[in-house]
Design a protein around this ligand. Structure first.
Ligand code: FE
Ligand code: FE
Length: 394
């Protein structure tokens, strides 16, 4: 018979501490596997993230973890107590013997758990010691009540879900998160204000689709290039927040708030929505992070001195999945996986070519951006760019 540990919890969100504890139990507890059991309705605290989101994050977190399993037994409506999970667990794992993982702080209350007697006849327990918790007396009592229980040494982790939630609320990438979980959190704005309903009223459905595409691509690129994921997601989400405004309103706002002195920007909606967007992001959405605001402000013509995050959003805007194919798109996507400065540079070259063909002027501030990003490129990146230039817009 398979002996499986069961780690119930809120997993709001799942982090490296949970995974390490499960592995520790696996190693020391003579188990064949450990099942993560996220509870839809945690007993002691309302969860911040929805049950489906917490389940999805658990699934991502164990994808590459040998011996870790996931159960939906805690997700069914009406499931509240550990006892409620036994029957669904049995259905999911018919051949298993279950050993619930608990901390020593739970020992005192264990004999009073819902349906304790039946529960003790159906499963065992593995209990992690906890410093400051004298376990002997409680352990005696639990065993007298009929529980099969083994003790394990204390397990410590530097990570905490509440700390992660706090950091995420400030758009910081908290340590101790699986990269896939972090990306999921960023793409779903977990533990952050939900800007989606408001954004939807500010733009048409087509623009909104594009916005989600930019967020997704910005998160992907940030992951590849080691940039802050949460900030990339936020800037991607808000980059076009002013795009739905009329030219008249944008120009008025820009003049009133002194958003730009540049006459060619003040008369072009294609350019003006960037500085106005940065203004709205601050004013309407309460964003204070300068890097994020700059990424919104510079997403059309860039900026000499632009950061990697700005480049990431700039490129994602041009290459997101909903973009209709244009000359050089495939090439730009290829470049962006390897070098952000080269991709930004190439993107301007393509715009330049396009404007030349249609007899229109190239914005002079773009030239400054081009010179700036070229200066950042390593010899290797320059070689790569030259290769792509030779290829033309393929
Ligand atoms: Fe835009
Ligand atoms: Fe855009």
């Amino acid at each position: 018979m398979q002996k499986l540990g069961v780690l119930g919890g809120t997993f709001d969100p799942i982090h490296a501490g949970h995974i390490a504890l499960a592995r520790e139990a696996l190693r020391r507890g003579d188990l064949d596997g450990v099942i993560l059991l996220p509870m839809a309705r945690p007993a002691h605290r309302e969860a911040d993230a929805s049950a489906p989101d917490r389940l999805a994050m658990c699934r991502l977190a164990i994808e590459d973890e040998k011996g870790l399993l996931l159960s939906q037994a805690g997700m069914a409506p009406g499931v509240k107590y550990t006892w409620d999970t036994i029957a669904p667990l049995r259905r999911e794992f018919p051949k298993a013997e279950f050993v619930f993982l608990i901390g020593a702080d739970k020992l005192v209350s264990l004999p009073y758990w819902y349906q304790a007697e039946q529960l003790f006849s159906q499963c065992g327990f593995l209990c992690f010691a906890r410093s400051g918790v004298a376990a002997e007396e409680a352990l005696d009592k639990v065993r007298r009540a009929g529980a099969r229980i083994e003790m394990l040494p204390e397990f410590r982790t530097p990570y905490s879900a509440s700390m992660i939630r706090l950091q995420s609320a400030q758009y910081q990438d908290a340590p101790g998160l699986n990269p896939k979980v972090l990306a999921y959190m960023a793409l779903h704005s977990l533990y952050q204000p939900d800007f989606i309903p408001k954004l939807k009223t500010m733009m048409n459905p087509h623009r909104f689709q594009h916005t989600l595409g930019v967020r997704k691509e910005a998160v992907r690129l940030a992951g590849i290039h080691g940039l802050p994921i949460q900030k990339a997601a936020l800037a991607g989400l808000l980059h076009d927040c002013a795009k739905g405004m009329s030219m008249k309103d944008m120009a008025r706002l820009a003049r009133e708030e002194h958003l730009t002195e540049d006459e060619s920007t003040l008369t072009s909606g294609a350019l003006l929505h960037a500085p106005v967007g940065a203004f709205l992001a601050k004013k309407e959405f309460g964003i204070r992070d300068e890097d994020v605001l700059n990424a919104i402000r510079s997403h059309t013509v860039g900026r000499a001195g632009m950061s990697r995050l700005e480049m990431c959003v700039f490129v994602a805007d041009a290459t997101e999945e909903n973009r209709e194919d244009y000359k050089g798109l495939a090439q730009l996507r290829r470049l962006s996986d390897v070098s952000l400065p080269a991709a930004v540079y190439r993107s301007f070259q393509l715009t330049q070519e396009y404007l030349r063909e249609t007899n229109r002027a190239f914005d002079p501030s773009s030239l400054k951006t081009m010179a700036y990003v070229k200066g950042l490129m390593t010899p290797e990146e320059k070689r790569l760019l030259a290769l792509e230039e030779e290829e033309g817009g393929i």
